[in-house]
Design a protein. Structure first.
Length: 436
């Protein structure tokens, strides 16, 4: 985790202090369940909670023990015994390290997912507000980077809203995918611990029991979780790239907010660069890169190995922290985005009416001209305009083959901008519902 791209609430989920606190809760809940089943004394379970509930686990001390034991869970249990006293011998009865590690990881991923879902809610609110603000702000739509036909800037934002609604649904599903608990002991057979302990711990930790754990929780769950993070990151990049393109000097239909005192270049004082959205493109690349090792973690040896462990210690914090930061940054970009409707109109007019070529084509076919001939006539008049040699409407109205099929006023009707915007309300209702 790099502090530059981290936010405190998400970072805290992955701190050693949080991890050891979760470990304690798993162990203590399991001990309580064992006590209720009569496996360990109830007094011992009560003592574990009494001593550990408000304890501050000494990270440095645990690290010191681990340097000798070469085993992190044993180091923690040794330190816990220093805090609890003799009753600590009843902790971890019938359990194995993966019961603690895997359940803890899933608790952390669930908490991270909750923050990411809240992040998307904030982004959706910003997108919705700006979409309605520019619902009928006309702008040029582009395909292959080339002027195509008119759209509205609100439609661009509505598209992003719909995409991030899907992202939210995927995150909710990914959260459910990893919200499982395993307290099944060595090789997952429950030979030395009752399955009811797992059920108890799962309920207390806000999880559900893993149906079959082979000492580890199956990593296809985690692969899906990180794959979803990668897809969300790709949606972030898609919107970021749109802003970057719109901010180019030759386009300049929208740009990132440029604050008082901000500097764009160490060499060129005039520069206003899309640094936030360029940064988002880079962050998206990183989040996507974590999906592949998560998928490679699925194929473990037999009932377990630890080849996944080092991977997850890195990608768990890094992917969630980075995506959390990116979502917050994108929300800020959308919220403060500078939009220039006048420039959008200038760009719409830049090709001298060529953006209406399809409507002329269709009008000719409806007037009885074959599609092939209609295409030839429209393109014949479009190409000079493309080269800057005239106005599209004027050329069409002067073309005798065109006017043989369409009267000049009928040709002019094809240049009505409102024609392209007549279904904006329909699209908005599909995206946002009936709300105005």
């Amino acid at each position: 985790m790099i502090p530059r791209y981290s936010r405190p609430e998400m970072t805290a989920i992955w701190s050693p202090e949080t991890r050891f606190r979760i470990w304690f809760e798993i162990e203590a809940h399991a001990t309580t369940a064992l006590a209720e089943l009569g496996v360990v004394p109830k007094e011992a379970a009560a003592k574990v909670w009494e001593k550990g509930r408000d304890a501050v686990f000494d990270v440095a001390r645990i690290d010191e023990i681990e340097r000798v034991t070469k085993h992190d869970v044993i180091a923690f249990l040794t330190h816990l015994a220093e805090i609890v006293g003799p009753e600590a011998r009843f902790v971890h009865q019938g359990m194995t390290s993966s019961d603690v590690l895997d359940t803890c990881l899933n608790v952390q991923l669930v908490r991270a997912a909750d923050l990411l879902i809240a992040d998307i809610d904030g982004l959706l609110a910003a997108l919705k507000r700006r979409a309605f603000e520019h619902k009928l702000t006309p702008t040029i739509g582009r395909s292959h980077g080339i002027h195509a036909e008119p759209v509205t800037f609100g439609l661009k934002l509505a598209q992003a809203y719909a995409e991030f609604e899907r992202a939210r649904a995927r995150l909710v599903a990914a959260r459910a995918e990893v919200a499982t608990c395993a307290i099944s002991g060595a090789v997952g057979t429950f030979a030395n611990i009752d399955p009811r302990v797992e059920e108890y711990v799962a309920e207390k930790m806000g999880l559900v029991p893993e149906p079959v754990s082979t000492q580890v929780i199956p990593r296809d769950r985690h692969a899906m979780f990180f794959a979803v993070l990668g897809v969300v990151a790709s949606s972030i990049e898609r919107l970021a790239i749109e802003v970057r393109h719109l901010q180019r000097t030759e386009v300049l239909e929208a740009e990132e907010y440029f604050s008082e005192g901000q500097k764009g270049s160490s060499a060129m004082p005039h520069k206003r660069n899309p640094v936030l959205t360029e940064n988002l493109t880079g962050l998206a690349r990183m989040v996507r890169s974590y999906a592949l090792p998560a998928m490679e973690n699925v194929a473990l040896w037999h009932e377990r190995d630890i080849s996944h462990s080092s991977v997850e210690r890195m990608i768990g914090p890094d992917a969630t922290v980075t995506l959390d930061f990116a979502l917050a940054r994108l929300t800020g970009v959308v919220d403060k985005l500078l939009v220039y409707p006048e420039q959008m109109q200038r760009n719409l007019d830049r090709l001298g009416g060529l953006v209406h070529s399809q409507r002329v084509l269709l009008a000719l076919t409806q007037a009885g001209v074959s599609r092939e001939d209609a295409y030839r006539l429209v393109q014949r008049n479009a190409m000079p305009v493309w080269r800057g040699e005239g106005d599209f409407l004027t050329l069409l109205q002067a073309d005798k083959e065109v006017t043989a099929a369409l009267k000049p006023e009928a040709i002019a009707e094809c240049f009505d901008l409102g024609y392209h915007l007549k279904h904006v309300d329909t699209i908005f209702r599909r995206v946002f519902g009936s709300e105005k």
